[in-house]
Design a protein around this ligand. Sequence first.
Ligand SMILES: Cc1cc2nc3c(=O)[nH]c(=O)nc-3n(C[C@H](O)[C@H](O)[C@H](O)COP(=O)(O)O)c2cc1C
Length: 333
Amino acid sequence: MSKLKIGNVELKNNVVLAPMAGVCNPAFRLIAKEFGTGLVCAEMVSDKAVLHGNKKTMKMLFVDEREKPLSLQIFGGEKESLVAAAKYVDENTNADIIDINMGCPVPKVVSCDAGARWLLDPSKIEEMVSAVVNAVNKPVTVKMRIGWDEEHIYAVKNAQAVENAGGAAVAIHGRTRVQMYEGKADWNVIRDVKQQVNIPVIGNGDVATPEDAKRMIDLTGCDGVMIGRGALGNPWMLYRTVQYLTKGELLGEPTPKEKIDVCLLHMDRLIDLKGEKVAIQEMRKHAAWYLKGLKNSAHVRQKINEMETREGLKNLLDSYVEQIEGSKESVIH
Ligand SMILES: Cc1cc2nc3c(=O)[nH]c(=O)nc-3n(C[C@H](O)[C@H](O)[C@H](O)COP(=O)(O)O)c2cc1C
């Protein structure tokens, strides 16, 4: 498998961390990078919020040097504001790639003609992506779902529109908008797209293990694998996938202590970023993800939601590790 190159950006491997709102901030992205991920994607930002100089959004545009190469995703429904926001990102951020969101299914986004709404109109895609490509220097990519619903699966046409518009790569999530996150991702459509375009195709959807990543590549021929939910509380999944794809080596799962240590690192980075109060609230979901699959963690997971401080959360997790290390079988098989 050759290395993935997106425009002028060469990646060290073909594993990509999916953009995830509320998750892919510098704290988690840096962890994903340290676990070997070839490309990390930032959580989506609204074009209008960028143009209004929204304080929270401006913070979301910050890219740490150590995270690079990084792709920053914008969404919007109108050409003028999308292009202006892309220009802002191009000229004022440290991102390497500008990604356009064409997959977000939530009503708030699609009702503004943004996100997955475009999937019904390949000519709009070509027009919008062309306008962005012509306005910026960084490579432009698109992340899309395969279609709006089962009757409207225009993935091939839509990806061709991205290619015609000068897009540097396309990531395909093998679900329709109507599916939201239900059902199974259809990797056959990813294969169809790969056969019909010459730009790199990044496959996405339901890659939960390193073996899944290999199966997706074998089935679709895709140039890269994008991993979302499989990496939540589990950056080892990214590392193990990189090792499996590049060396054919299937590494074991981390120990509970290893998981909790990285969870605490994640917590401290999030505190640096957002302050203790907000960070601990956000860490509750992450900590529950880090604990997933570990023995006797149900009780701790419940307790997490009562935690308000760094000290409280750290003590809870440390005492869980102490207790679990005393018992023999720590991972549920
Ligand atoms: C919590 C969460 C937030 C997400 N936010 C975004 C986002 O900001 N932009 C985007 O394009 N996709 C977003 N997605 C979709 C993922 O990038 C990915 O396409 C989807 O989860 C399927 O991949 P997976 O099966 O590996 O999770 C999000 C998914 C989750 C679970």
